[in-house]
Design a protein around this ligand. Structure first.
Ligand code: AMP
Length: 283
């Protein structure tokens, strides 16, 4: 497995592999890898001749008061996990290499960015769109894999890839959870043992809504109230958003259906956690 930090060297390496006719599978991440990332890498291994993993804590997608500085990092551990998943090349650029002096281009996104995380993290998806576009230009993947854990991000990347005719197949992968239901996340490492237990309220909220919906309830307010009850049972938990929306347009819906997305962001202490489920799909 190769580890490449330099942007130009990476692009040259990838151009050469493309000239040789290799099919490139790509998994972009911010590192501090866990089973969620591993599931993407294993699927990527099946889908390409060359598997590329990027590790980049992208400053452009963090707000001024967010956790950029303390975001967990462990390049050595990540490389060991990546090698075990069959990664051929780890691309770990430096921020100065990705955003040299004079960098000024952005990607204008549409209504998909407005609700949910877009509303609570202004500029976040623009930072994501820029870095993903740059990474696609450097890595030149045939297929790129993203997790449904970041549901809105996946929707925006699908839309952007289609709208801009980027020649990349986008694959969305199921959410990987801990045995007790907590969605895997690099940010779970911020939680104390007590907060780790409190964080289960997100999963309980998803379950409560799914159960009520399975019993025939389709009224938005009643379904959301069931979720809210689960979160409010934990005094340390603060809801940032809790919404039911169309799973494709992310627009509000009058009644819940199999295609309705339940998405939530909850703060446990200072740690912001997100989770989601589509009511008609497996949890
Ligand atoms: P991150 O390193 O958090 O930016 O995540 C990199 C990729 O891994 C994104 O496409 C995420 O959606 C995906 N991912 C993160 N956590 C999970 C998870 N628990 N299950 C599935 N995919 C995940």
């Amino acid at each position: 497995m190769k580890l490449i930090h330099d942007v130009a060297a990476m692009q040259q390496t990838m151009l050469q592999l493309k000239r040789e006719g290799r099919r490139i599978a790509f998994v972009p991440t911010m590192g501090f890898l866990h089973e969620g990332h591993a599931s993407l890498m294993r699927e990527g291994r099946q889908r390409g001749d060359i598997l590329v993993l990027s590790i980049f804590v992208n400053p452009a997608q963090f707000g001024p008061h967010e956790d950029l500085e303390r975001y967990p990092r462990n390049l050595e551990g990540d490389c060991a996990l990546a090698e075990g998943c069959g990664v051929d090349i780890v691309f770990a650029p430096r921020a100065a290499g990705m955003y040299p002096p004079g960098f000024q281009t952005s990607v204008a996104l549409g209504p998909l960015t407005e609700p949910l995380c877009g509303a609570s993290r202004p500029g976040h998806f623009n930072g994501v769109a820029v870095v993903v576009t740059k990474l696609f230009g450097i890595v030149q993947p045939d297929v790129a894999l993203f997790g449904r854990k970041d549901y809105q991000q996946l929707a925006i990347i699908r839309q952007m890839t289609c709208d801009l005719n980027l020649p990349v197949e986008i694959v969305g992968m199921p959410i990987v959870r801990e045995p007790d239901g907590l969605a895997r996340s690099s940010r779970n490492s911020y939680l104390t043992a007590e907060q780790r237990q409190q964080a289960l309220c997100l999963y309980r909220a998803l379950q409560a809504v799914r159960e009520l919906f399975a019993q025939g309830e389709d009224t938005i307010e009643r379904l959301l109230a069931a979720a809210r009850t689960q979160i409010e049972a934990v005094p340390a938990a603060a809801i940032e958003y809790l919404e039911l929306r169309d799973n494709t347009t992310l627009q509000p819906v009058d009644r819940a259906t199999n295609k309705t997305l339940l998405a939530l962001a909850v703060k446990i202490g200072t740690t912001r956690l997100i989770d989601n489920t589509v009511l008609g799909e497996a949890l």
